[in-house]
Design a binder for this molecule. Sequence first.
Ligand code: FES
Length: 164
Amino acid sequence: MTQTTEYTAVFTGTTRKRLDEILTRYPTKRAALLAALWMVQEAHGWISDAAMAETAEVLDLTPSYVKGVVTFYTMYHQHPVGETFVQVCTTTPCDLCGAEGVVQALLEHTGCGELGATSPDGKFTVIEVECLGACGFATPVMMNEDFIEDVTPDKVPDLVKKYS
Ligand code: FES
């Protein structure tokens, strides 16, 4: 889901209740920020400046503090992304094992064309990320929350088909 001109608040009704329940498990409101941002992303598909402001308000933080956290983690989207968000490790060990070929194959077969762009059908966005913690299984790729090891360029067409 994307946002246009009118912002739809996230933390209302059952979502607000869910947040309140989550807040009981943390020593401070600030400590629940990552969970709250995840709820925003579930609701809108990405985290806009307006959503950061709303999150800041409900957690008694400043919007700039929230933005600092959002921009630190690649798992939070600062703009609309495709239905399947694809993260490819291109850190040196994986790069030496051919990660660049995997990236190129993904860009070609998803139709994204370039890193960070969304495919014309809205199904995919591909980005490069730092070490995914599976250096012995190059090249690891995340398709949303699914972790896939040993991806090679020749495996990419089937992988893309599976998520289309
Ligand atoms: S360098 Fe790629 S997973 Fe660690």
